[in-house]
Design a protein around this ligand. Structure first.
Ligand code: HEC
Length: 133
């Protein structure tokens, strides 16, 4: 009798764990779905070939073409700045350039990305990932 109770309790624990784990796997798969790996790859390439020229690979504003600009691109790794802006704002400045959000036109527009909202989301994700780096 006692032994049977132990088995019942154990199997409940196991099923509980299985439920939690499948939930976690499900959430993870969902997050990955939002921006596919292929799109993230394209976004990373764009970051390296376009954005990093001014912003620097790590987003600190120290790209070869960035240091000479006035105003200089700010440090995108700053937690304070990250908190002060929305994803919508970042997406808008990427596609429309600085002018679209009342900032310097030195922040180049990327009109070719207007028809690629997923890539813009990927770039925004990359900008978000810079925080604290
Ligand atoms: C020709 C240089 C240049 C390139 C290329 C460039 N930027 Fe910028 N970017 C700037 C400058 C300069 C600013 C600052 C504008 C200001 O402060 O008025 C800026 C600002 C920004 C901001 C907003 C920061 C703030 O102050 O609110 C983001 C986000 C950003 N850039 C992302 C990108 C991304 C992503 C790319 C690539 C798709 C990119 N930039 C390409 C020069 C550039």
């Amino acid at each position: 009798m006692e032994m049977r109770n132990v088995v019942v309790v154990n199997s409940r624990v196991v099923w509980g764990l299985v439920a939690v784990m499948s939930l976690l796997v499900g959430l993870h798969a969902h997050a990955a779905e939002q921006v596919s790996e292929a799109v993230m790859k394209e976004a990373k390439e764009i970051w390296q070939t376009r954005c990093a020229t001014c912003h620097g690979t790590s987003g600190k504003g120290d790209g070869p073409a960035g240091v000479a600009l006035n105003p200089k691109p700010r440090d995108l790794t700053s937690e304070e700045w990250q908190k002060s802006v929305t994803d919508d704002y970042i997406e808008k400045i990427i596609v429309g350039g600085g002018q679209a959000v009342g900032k310097s036109p030195l922040m180049a527009a990327n009109p070719d990305l207007a028809g690629k909202p997923e890539v813009v989301r990927g770039l925004t994700k990359l900008v978000r990932d810079l925080q604290g780096k």
